[in-house]
Design a protein around this ligand. Structure first.
Ligand SMILES: [Zn+2]
Ligand SMILES: [Zn+2]
Length: 148
């Protein structure tokens, strides 16, 4: 059966990412440094010679990110898996807001969370596959952490 990839609109704060991984399947979740009460998403950020960790807010639509490095506003950064250093950048996708490259976090069941690599641009898209099976879990639950 062919699976369709769709984009759904999710209200800010309605869900958080619980299982994000790099393209090779390494978990990016960091329970040591929670944000908004949930394990943060830890990635390596690089801009020019500056390289360090950033902890991304796992709550969709919330951006209380914790930077270990100083990244100027408005620059496009590179993002890597802290375990295998694979780039998280998507070559074929660009932000529909500022046309910068996007990064992707891989979610269970073929889902993806895409975000803009330009610092300060808060464009995020949630892409889910096999939507019928996943949407049925959405009903009656503000936090669809089972899904993520
Ligand atoms: Zn990895
Ligand atoms: Zn953007």
């Amino acid at each position: 059966m062919e699976k369709e990839r769709i984009i759904i609109e999710v209200p800010s704060g309605a869900l958080h990412v619980e299982h994000a991984a790099c393209p090779r399947g390494h978990s990016l979740m960091d329970p040591v440094l929670p944000i908004n009460g949930y394990p943060s998403i830890k990635v390596v950020l690089q801009y020019g010679d500056v390289r360090g960790h950033v902890h991304l807010d796992p709550v969709y639509g919330s951006f209380h990110n914790i930077f270990e490095v100083d990244i100027p506003e408005g620059v496009v950064v590179e993002m890597y898996c802290p375990t295998c250093r694979t780039a998280l950048k998507l070559d074929e996708h660009h932000c529909d807001f500022c046309h910068s490259p996007m990064f992707a976090l891989y979610l269970p069941n073929g889902g993806m969370l895409e975000g803009c690599l330009k610092s300060g641009c808060h464009r995020h898209k949630l892409k889910l596959v096999d939507i019928d099976a996943q949407i049925s879990r959405l009903h009656g639950d503000d936090h669809i952490q089972l899904l993520m």
